[in-house]
Design a protein around this ligand. Structure first.
Ligand code: GLY
Length: 390
């Protein structure tokens, strides 16, 4: 009897271990242990005065920004991811504190990034806690974003007071999730229609025939026509900025999730094919796919992190199993690379989780540093990876 019991226990233990090993080909447990350690260290440093990190300085320490900065939602978002992964109550308490520090951002109307800021903080917070006050904040943020929608152009304006009269950047696809979600959770049909229109216009105007993306499209507000196609953060107007391409994969995959519009799925697939087809041997892109000094140009791990998370979601959609495996394999290759040196910050002076990202190369700002949004999308990708085993 004892022998049978022992055999049964052993068989169950072995099959569980085997299933786990197959599900987690990547070292996610070790990476998460390191991620929790980095996040808790930052939280303890800012215990007395709450701070929002954006990028690291040359000493590896986080540099922080006011809450109006487009990146302020990502640190609370990392804390929500870490709580979701671990169930650790101290991470939940920190996530709540850092999220609620952004409450006034629901009224921000001065740029389009209210979507990034509120959805990565309050959006994750609501998904995990179902706190109704968080939902109210998200809905108000969606109303604020709607003030930037011009029906003649059919898009949300990205920036004010720049050299373009009505700039719309590819990154802006990411802010549409706030509107799509709000329209299905107590918001208005106008929010859905605006997000849909913005996605259609972006699909029509931001892509070249090879499905690389322009960064900035400027529109005429009288006629709604395109005035110029160019870049701000890329190498050249005609080049493809790597993080912009990653935003396009993520944005159109997300737009397909909410609308089931097959045009968006196909756009995401084409954008992904371009991204994957232009990766170097270690799967981490140079900051711009046409940067002139390749292979002596900086890599952008943030683009790799955003794309890996997007590709994991994309691998769930459509009928073509060849494409699904292609996107899953590409995500796994990218994650495998950034889960190890030199990209994982383990053993370095950085307070972040990942090294070697690029913020704004043409301005020579935040070049080869850690960026909080690289960490955020990396943690999201590892969660997605663990939740959707092969
Ligand atoms: N949305 C700004 C950036 O990607 O740098």
């Amino acid at each position: 009897m004892m022998k049978i019991l022992l055999m049964t226990v052993l068989t169950v233990t072995m099959s569980t271990t085997l299933a786990k090993a197959q599900a987690y080909k990547l070292p996610v447990d070790r990476v998460w242990q390191f991620a929790r350690q980095q996040l808790k260290h930052a939280v303890s440093e800012w215990e007395d005065s709450i701070q929002y990190p954006r990028f690291t300085g040359s000493d590896g320490k986080w540099l922080t920004v006011p809450i109006q900065d487009w990146t302020s939602g990502f640190f609370p978002g990392c804390l929500w991811h870490a709580f979701e992964e671990s169930g650790d109550p101290s991470l939940r308490a920190a996530a709540v504190r850092w999220t609620e520090g952004l409450e006034s951002i629901q009224y921000l109307k001065s740029h389009h990034d209210v979507g990034f800021m509120i959805f990565s903080s309050y959006g994750n917070g609501y998904r995990i806690t179902r706190n109704e006050q968080y939902k109210d904040v998200i809905l108000q943020a969606a109303r604020s974003l709607m003030t930037r929608y011009n029906p003649t152009v059919g898009c949300i304006k990205s920036w004010d007071n720049r050299r373009w009269p009505y700039p719309v950047i590819i990154d802006n696809m990411m802010n549409l999730e706030l509107l799509f979600w709000a329209s299905q959770n107590g918001g208005t049909k106008e929010m859905y229609d605006a997000a849909l229109s913005h996605a259609v216009k972006t699909m029509q105007n931001h892509f070249r025939p090879d499905y690389s993306t322009y960064h900035v499209i400027s529109y005429d507000t009288i006629t709604g026509r395109v005035l110029t196609k160019g870049t701000s953060q890329g190498y050249a107007d005609s080049s493809c900025w790597a993080r912009g391409q990653a935003w396009s994969i993520y944005g159109f995959t997300m737009a397909y999730r909410y609308t089931k519009d097959l045009r968006f799925l196909q756009t995401a697939q084409h954008a992904a094919d371009y991204f994957i087809g232009h990766l170097p041997a270690d799967y981490v892109p140079y900051w711009d796919f046409q940067a002139p000094g390749i292979p002596n140009e900086p890599r952008d791990v943030s683009a790799a992190a955003v794309a890996s998370s997007a590709l994991l979601e994309l691998s769930k959609y459509g009928d073509a199993s060849r494409l699904k495996s292609k996107y899953r394999e590409a995500a796994e290759n990218i994650l495998g690379s950034i889960c190890s040196a030199p990209y994982l910050a383990e053993g370095t002076s950085s307070q972040a989780i990942l090294n070697h990202s690029v913020g704004h190369k043409p301005k020579n700002a935040e070049v080869d540093v850690s960026l909080i949004y690289a960490d955020y999308y990396f943690l999201e990708a590892t969660l997605r990876y663990a939740q959707q085993p092969k």
